[in-house]
Design a protein around this ligand. Structure first.
Ligand code: ZN
Length: 243
């Protein structure tokens, strides 16, 4: 079985289509989404439709919750707030119903999926590769060996062996029995790790390995739509920088 895991699409349909095309060319059996289908970019409706069509399982992200009024957006940054107000006004009732149907956590085939730290999924805690406290808390909470998250838009593969937690530098890591894995699959629609390419992960249960995959897409079209819809210009400007 080969799983593709995508996350943080954020209404960027050009990026999502490129990633789905790439997934389509790699004999993947099932695609899973780790949340944040909407928010920031101007095609939330199309992104929800594509996810419904191509993604077998999805958990909910904080922006998905914000779009259906389930979390407060007062602590969002100004541009996230402005984009969320726009998103709410440009999503159909059907799309909102779909977002409202997504669970906070999901277990598939002994794999565990949450948008943010699995320690308290409802609190949407970020697990950055340099946030020691969040990393320890996340690993302490693990029940499953292989865990997928998103939320930071920063891909990373973290492994706990007998004694310590290691951050891998390689894009492909073998899954060993008895070790615990926290795999951040990065972001489809708004990478922030200084690489403008979309990122997602492939987990191969036969080979027992996980790989991070990068996909280039034409973000100039997304940028034009950001300006045309009067979304914050910063959202367009950050795409080529990948941050
Ligand atoms: Zn996100």
């Amino acid at each position: 079985m080969r799983y593709a895991v995508i996350s943080d699409i954020h209404g960027n349909v050009e990026a999502l289509k490129a990633v789905l095309d790439d997934i389509g060319s790699r004999s993947i059996d099932a695609t899973v989404c780790a949340g944040d289908i909407v928010g920031y970019y101007p095609d939330p409706e199309q992104c929800v439709e594509l996810v419904e069509e191509h993604v077998r399982y999805s958990v909910v992200g904080n922006h998905d919750y914000a779009a259906i009024g389930r979390i407060d957006t007062r602590n969002f940054t100004f541009y996230a707030y402005a984009a969320m107000e726009w998103t709410k006004a440009n999503l159909s009732a059907d799309a909102k119903k779909y977002l409202g149907s997504l669970p906070l956590t999901m277990e598939v085939d002994e794999l565990y999926f949450t948008h943010s730290s699995p320690s308290n999924p409802q609190d949407f805690i970020y697990v950055f590769p340099d946030s020691e406290e969040a990393i320890f808390e996340a690993f302490n909470s693990l029940v499953h060996r292989v865990n997928f998250i998103g939320h930071t838009h920063w891909p990373s593969i973290m492994v706990q062996d007998d004694e310590r937690i290691v951050l891998h530098n390689d894009d492909t890591v073998d899954i060993k029995p008895d070790y615990y894995y926290l795999i951040n699959v990065g972001s489809v629609g708004q990478p922030r790790n200084f690489d403008p390419r979309s990122c997602y992960a492939i987990y191969d249960t036969d080979k027992q390995n996980v790989s991070l995959v990068r996909v280039s897409y034409d973000y100039s079209l997304t940028q034009t739509k950001v300006y045309d819809n009067n979304l914050p210009a910063f959202l367009a400007e950050r795409l080529p920088k990948g941050r």
